[in-house]
Ligand binder design. Structure first.
Ligand code: ADP
Ligand code: MG
Length: 377
């Protein structure tokens, strides 16, 4: 990828710039916890967006996307927004830095990537944080702190791309470190690194390629259930509730709200259990908690679907250590922690069985926990 970018930059702009990269992310555990003030547990992966940049002495940005094979040129004022959606991510990052009092001048750039688009690995956050990191280094002496870089990416999605996302993806992409996952507290935004070196295991995602479009947003309904239970308990979010608290009010709430809250409270406990397990290097417990999360998402929170449950069943049958839906649900990927010697059989079986039932194979995406945004040496 490096060589391709270098060559394209040289041909197009006749010189050499500086290379930067940032990564997509996985979330090991902690699903539907963000809006409940809980924890998520992401890590950056070895799938990246890489960009070569160089100031060009003008007030214009000139950028070429290798993967889409398109060129865009735009100014740095609010009225200069480009029309191509990929370029709006870069324009948005520039604007959000400027809005915060940071400096951005004209530059030339070429970029490419291998984060699968729309597979739940957040290629958009990788793109934003790659450029945010680069512009901080090139024009601001790295004076913008890392958390602000993540927020610049998040605001870009909100203000320039019409996606009302949380902070996890950009956070993971900016803060990611090889051999580490991060527990992010979605309430205080405090974070802590945990070692993740699953020797003898692989992490693999199976993308079902299905996305069920559902009538009246089920996500909002889940959120409302959580809010109702929290209000009934007199707390702000379910983060502060225990299973005992929930059981005391069981007869005052609907069976559905009870199930939703049971999942959320259980998930908070599972994240904490995974932290302990990671410190001990106990990946069998990590895997067990992943299965429990899947069960909770499927039975209590009811955000799974037939295809994802099927992939989870296959993982169980193949002796995979841990497997669960990753992301909001109703489609997308499962994330699997699988022993090296079971890997080949698992992947082959999943492809075959899934194909027999649904007429296409799931896409296999191997991931290794890696560094987030950085300057390439
Ligand atoms: P994801 O879940 O992967 O973040 P999004 O729809 O949020 O999916 O973001 C995908 C968008 O990000 C693409 O439509 C494109 O505009 C931009 N993007 C991501 N990767 C690339 C790439 N390699 N080259 C150009 N644009 C990219
Ligand atoms: Mg995205």
């Amino acid at each position: 990828m490096k060589t391709k970018i270098n060559q394209e930059f040289k041909t197009r702009f006749g010189s050499e710039g500086t290379l930067y990269a940032s990564a997509g992310r996985i979330n090991l555990i902690g699903e539907h916890t963000d809006y409940n003030g809980g924890f998520v547990f992401p890590g950056a992966i070895d799938k990246v967006i890489m960009a070569e940049l160089k100031p060009n002495g003008t007030d214009k940005v000139r950028v070429f996307s290798i993967d889409i094979s398109e060129y865009a040129e735009f100014g740095l004022n609010e009225a200069d927004a480009p029309s191509q959606s990929w370029a709006r991510y870069i324009f948005g990052v520039c604007r959000e830095i400027i809005k915060r009092g940071g400096k951005v001048h004209g530059f030339d750039a070429v970029f490419a990537g291998n984060v699968p688009l729309g597979a739940g690995l957040s290629s958009s956050a990788a793109l934003e944080s790659c450029f945010a990191f680069a512009l901080n280094d090139m024009f601001n002496d790295n004076s913008i702190d890392k958390f602000e870089l993540a927020k610049i990416g998040q605001s870009t999605e909100h203000n320039y791309c019409g996606v009302n996302c949380g902070i996890m993806d950009q956070f993971a992409s900016v803060f990611g470190k090889a051999g580490h996952l991060m527990r992010l507290d979605c309430r205080s935004l405090e974070h802590e690194y945990y070692p993740f070196n699953p020797e003898g295991y692989k992490l693999v995602l199976l993308d079902s390629k299905v996305k069920h479009e559902l009538k009246d947003s089920p996500y909002n309904k889940r959120r409302q259930s959580c809010e109702r239970v929290a209000a009934r308990l007199g707390i702000e979010t379910l983060r502060d509730a225990t299973m005992e608290d929930l059981d005391k009010i069981k007869s005052d709430i609907t069976a559905e709200d009870y199930m939703r809250a049971r999942y959320v409270i259980g998930e908070k406990d599972r994240v904490l259990a995974v932290c302990d397990a990671l410190v001990k290097g106990d990946y069998e417990t990590v895997g067990k908690k992943m299965y429990e999360t899947h069960e909770g998402l499927s039975k209590d929170y009811e955000v799974s679907c037939e295809e994802l449950d099927y992939l989870n069943d296959i993982a169980k049958e193949c002796g995979v250590t841990g497997s669960r839906i990753m992301g909001g649900g109703f489609g997308g990927c499962t994330i699997n922690l699988v022993k090296d010697d079971l890997y080949d059989n698992f992947v082959a079986t999943a492809k075959k069985k899934f194909n027999e039932k649904y007429g296409h194979e799931p896409v296999v995406i191997d991931v290794v926990i890696s560094d987030g945004a950085h300057k390439c040496e």
